[in-house]
Design a protein around this ligand. Structure first.
Ligand code: WTA
Length: 645
């Protein structure tokens, strides 16, 4: 796809509310030239209990310190609920669409207020107070939203763990956050199948004695074990709780949540976001990038266990008084028309999903689309990985019938909200490009030495200055925060992504340049999968890389060296796949395992992943220099036995 194919702003996007091209240029310039003045104005998108007088106080050097609106006082839950009661108490806040197409539920802002207040009182009665951590391990049910907002109401810090993670992954996150309360459900339901959340939690809690309360939502009524000393039914606890719970006044820099995410090394990092800047940024980006208009139904298909669910199912839309749709199921259940049926059923105007879902549905052909109208759609969004132009064009032509702009939104758990994306009324799009920076965002492309590259170029993507939604630290590990994001290219935030800038100043994200892989829009550290593999008694060593995968974007390719004397068998291969599923979760299951009698290493013992990536991608013709290897012959053996042919 060449850079020439430019999709202009559709005429339907002109209008008084929408920011047009000239306004974008003007506002962008002001946002980076006068950040204090710009953000002082934008900060008013949320309600402050005590208005801020200071705006930006950030420093990317030395110990790195990031503060926004620091003397302001607010509450995120009050902003997402209470402030809408007078004007839209009876408007639907959340539409819940069940896995079973016969199940859906509308929750008004008034009901949301009642549910969240009651739950907050239950948590309070269990000793939860400002600053405490609460772990949430729930499926995509409204209680997940209630739980996050109830924490925010009390000033407790929520840590949501994706329901697809294993007991072991849950243990790591509960222990790192030292949570004493866990909120879970008996079982989840996805694609007609049950997910044993409570059973997983029971296993996990054997290693977390400090958890004294487990609130259990009854979703399926399935059989579960019960420990009366700590387990409490959610519905029973709420039945007697008061619906009056005043929101806790929070400093702008008081933590709102922790969300664990994978990095290139070590265990997952507890990314910490605070209240004021995060909420301002989530609300503003949601309003402008999705061009949200009052009364519309907005649907983001992410799971609340990921940052996309935090910012763009929950906080952004609700801060804007939107109607946000929460979907329990999967794109292909009962069949491949499900997304489009939900769009028609609830008259969705704005639809936001991941390239992997688009590619999977593209394979099903046009028949599922022809069964639905999708007339309500006005805007489409993409997130999670680079979108290939074929998928982009299919999304545009077939899903949106050519009339809906696509916002390809680039961002990260660390950034809190979208940093690079078209504004739909202002910026012509190009298939595969995230286009231009949002207000206040200063992307810079640097070479390996950190030299800033100008004009049309390609290199590593950094951000030169802070924006309000930026993470503040890694929970309890500020040195790791500084080391991970600010040491490679001093005084700049390093994203870990590669990026190209074209002649028109459009940004094209090329993918991770570190040891993070992106599998079906899920972010995984290869080091995590390797350490799961080597924890198996028959594995001596393992190296994991990503390789191109038609649907998932990247697949997981593992090179495994077995202990001396262990026979490589098909059975063992299956066992190792199951082992990783158990250790981390199904999303981390290796797609391909290659037995590797040896791994290509430098003379100092460092595994040359560049070579392993090439072999996994079936690009052994362009291995590059292998002369620095301790034993170059290893490579020939690996090529000979490669799995991806
Ligand atoms: C990738 C998800 C290209 C990128 C919000 C980033 C993207 C990582 C895009 C963050 C996009 C996300 N185009 N790549 N539109 N959006 N990515 O933390 O590699 O789960 O660094 O946050 O996903 O993944 P995370």
């Amino acid at each position: 796809m060449s850079d020439q194919s430019l999709f202009p702003v559709p005429p339907g996007f002109a209008g008084s509310k929408t920011i047009d091209a000239a306004a974008y240029e003007r506002l962008y310039r002001r946002s980076v030239e006068e950040p204090d003045a710009f953000w002082a104005e934008q900060g008013k998108i949320v309600d402050w209990i005590k208005p801020f007088t200071k705006v930006k106080n950030t420093q990317f050097t030395g110990d790195v310190s990031i503060k926004w609106f620091e003397d302001g006082v607010l509450n995120a839950s009050a902003n997402c609920i209470d402030r809408h009661l007078a004007t839209r108490g009876d408007q639907t806040a959340i539409i819940w669409e069940g896995d079973d197409p016969a199940q859906s539920r509308h929750i008004t802002y008034r009901e949301l207020h009642e549910q969240v207040s009651k739950l907050a009182n239950v948590l309070k009665a269990r000793g939860v107070k400002k600053g405490d951590r609460v772990t949430i391990y729930l499926p995509m049910i409204p209680e997940a939203a209630f739980a996050m907002l109830a924490c925010a109401r009390l000033g407790a810090i929520h840590s949501v763990v994706f329901g697809g993670f294993s007991p072991d992954s849950l243990v790591g996150r509960i222990q790192d956050a030292s949570s004493t309360v866990l909120i879970t459900a008996d079982e989840g339901v996805r694609g007609g199948r049950k997910v044993p959340l409570k059973a997983n939690a029971d296993v996990a809690l054997k290693s977390c004695p400090e958890v004294s309360t487990v609130l259990v939502v009854r979703r399926t009524g399935g059989q579960i074990a019960w420990d009366a000393s700590r387990d409490v039914w959610y519905h029973e606890a709420l039945a007697t709780a008061s619906a009056d719970c005043p929101p806790e006044p929070m400093g702008a820099e008081d933590p709102l949540f922790i969300l664990y995410t994978s990095g290139s090394t070590g265990k997952p990092k507890g990314v910490l976001h605070t209240t004021g800047g995060y909420l301002v940024y989530a609300a503003l980006t949601h309003r402008e990038i999705f061009d949200y208009r009052d009364g519309e139904v907005y649907w983001c298909t992410a799971d609340v266990g990921w940052v996309t669910g935090h910012s763009y199912i929950l906080y952004g839309p609700l801060a804007n008084g939107a109607t946000t749709l929460m979907f329990e199921g999967v794109p292909n259940y009962p069949d491949a028309a499900r997304f489009w049926q939900v769009v028609d059923k609830h008259k969705v105007s704005i639809f936001y999903t991941a390239p992997t879902a688009i590619r999977a549905l593209m394979r099903e052909g046009l028949e599922p689309l022809e069964r639905t109208s999708r007339q309500s759609l006005r805007l489409l969004g993409s997130v999670g990985e680079p979108i290939n132009p074929e998928a982009w064009l299919w999304y545009h032509e077939h899903v949106g019938a050519g009339r809906c702009p696509i916002v390809d939104t680039w961002w990260q758990t660390e950034t809190g909200g979208i940093l690079i994306s078209p504004l739909p009324g202002a910026i012509s799009t190009k298939p595969g490009s995230a286009t231009k920076p949002f207000f206040g965002v200063k992307p810079v492309i640097v070479d390996a030495e950190g030299k800033e590259l100008t004009g049309a170029t390609e290199g590593n993507l950094c951000i030169a200055d802070s924006w309000p939604g930026q993470m503040r630290t890694i929970f309890r590990d500020h040195p790791r925060f500084v080391e991970t994001y600010f040491s490679m290219y001093p005084a700049r935030y390093f994203t870990g992504d590669g990026c190209r800038r074209d002649e028109d100043g459009y940004y094209w994200i090329t993918g991770r340049v570190d040891d993070v892989i992106n599998v079906a829009g899920h972010r995984l550290g290869t080091a995590e999968i390797e350490s799961a593999l080597v924890a198996h008694e028959m594995v001596a060593e393992a190296a994991v890389v990503g390789y191109p995968h038609d649907v998932k974007g990247q697949g997981i390719y593992a090179y495994v060296t077995l202990m001396t004397g262990v026979e490589p068998t098909e059975e063992l291969r299956k066992e190792l796949v199951a082992w990783v599923r158990r250790e981390i979760g199904p999303i981390a299951s290796p797609d391909l395992i290659q037995w590797a009698p040896g791994l290509p290493k430098t003379r100092s013992g460092k595994i040359m992943r560049r070579i392993l990536r090439k072999i996994a991608a079936n690009e052994q013709g362009s291995l590059g220099d292998t002369s620095t290897l301790a034993d170059p012959a290893v490579v020939d053996g690996l090529i000979e036995n490669r799995m991806n042919r």
